[in-house]
Write a protein that binds this ligand. Structure first.
Ligand code: PAF
Length: 280
């Protein structure tokens, strides 16, 4: 596997491959890789000649300094995992390499997608995500880029950014990868205490029950039911539960037959914030 820390070196490598008509698949990550990331890389391997993975803990997408500082950093293990899945290139730049001395995010207008759900609770988060993904796309110039559906709002926002900026990359959304007990895989799961980890599958169990209920009862009833389920939970605190239309991400009270909907949830286990979603 090739290892780059400088964007100019990576750009030169990619140009040499593109000159030979090789296609580039890209999986941007913040490291602490798990099976979910590896499944994205395996998908990218099948459809592209060269697969580039970036590991960059992007400071501008964190609204809480503590979350940034405590974000797991496991580069050695990540490198081993990437070698096992035959990743071709790892790009691991420093903050200075990406932002120079100006560690700030661009201000985006994603046609309102950024104001829904996560946007209401994580100030500036999607400006940070938009900034880093756009920057990385300019460096890597991928043909295809792969993102997990766990961060469904991020996926829709990146698709919007690609459209708005007329970028040539095709965005591929990939299904959520889950632990055997249903918990959506996330780098943050490693920060859970044993008791929190045991409690966390309750999140997906609740989503599954909400989905079952969605064919027989109203969205208001489901939302009230979910809020009640978490009310007295000793370890998990509900931040939000909402049912939204997939394209606009707007919360709905009633479903229309020609549109797709998902239930979205954000929950705190202590200070660790976990998100998940399910298609209805
Ligand atoms: O989903 C993530 O890990 C990050 O938000 C991303 C897309 C790598 C941007 O930093």
């Amino acid at each position: 596997m090739k290892f780059f820390t400088k964007k100019q070196d990576l750009k030169a490598y990619i140009s040499s491959k593109k000159a030979k008509n090789k296609t580039i698949g890209f999986v941007p990550t913040m490291g602490a890789l798990h099976k979910g990331h590896l499944s994205l890389i395996k998908k990218a391997k099948k459809k592209n000649d060269i697969v580039v993975v970036s590991i960059f803990v992007n400071p501008t997408q964190f609204d809480k300094q503590e979350d940034l500082v405590k974000y797991p950093k496991t580069l050695e293990n990540d490198t081993l995992l990437l070698e096992k899945v035959a990743c071709d290139v790892l790009f691991n730049p420093s903050v200075e390499e990406i932002y120079n001395t100006n560690v700030t995010a661009e201000n985006f207008d994603f046609d309102g997608l950024e104001h829904q759900m996560e946007g209401k609770f994580r100030d500036g988060h999607f400006n940070g995500v938009g900034t880093i993904v756009k920057t990385l796309f300019k460096i890597v110039t991928p043909n295809k880029a792969y993102f997990g559906e766990k961060d469904f709002q991020q996926l829709q926002i990146i698709k919007k950014m690609v459209k708005q900026n007329h970028l040539k990359v095709k965005i591929k959304g990939c299904p959520i990868f889950r632990e055997d007990d249903g918990l959506a895989m996330s780098s943050r799961n490693t920060r859970l205490t044993e008791a929190q980890r045991k409690a966390a599958p309750f999140i997906y169990q609740t989503l599954q029950k909400a989905k079952q209920k969605s064919s027989t009862t109203t969205i208001t009833n489901i939302t009230n039911w979910v809020q009640n389920e978490f009310k007295n939970h000793p370890l998990l605190t509900l931040e939000y539960f909402t049912i939204a239309e997939e394209k606009t991400l707007k919360t709905v009270k009633n479903k229309e037959s020609n549109k797709k909907y998902r239930a979205f949830i954000a929950v705190f286990a202590g200070k660790i914030r976990l998100i998940d979603n399910i298609q209805l």
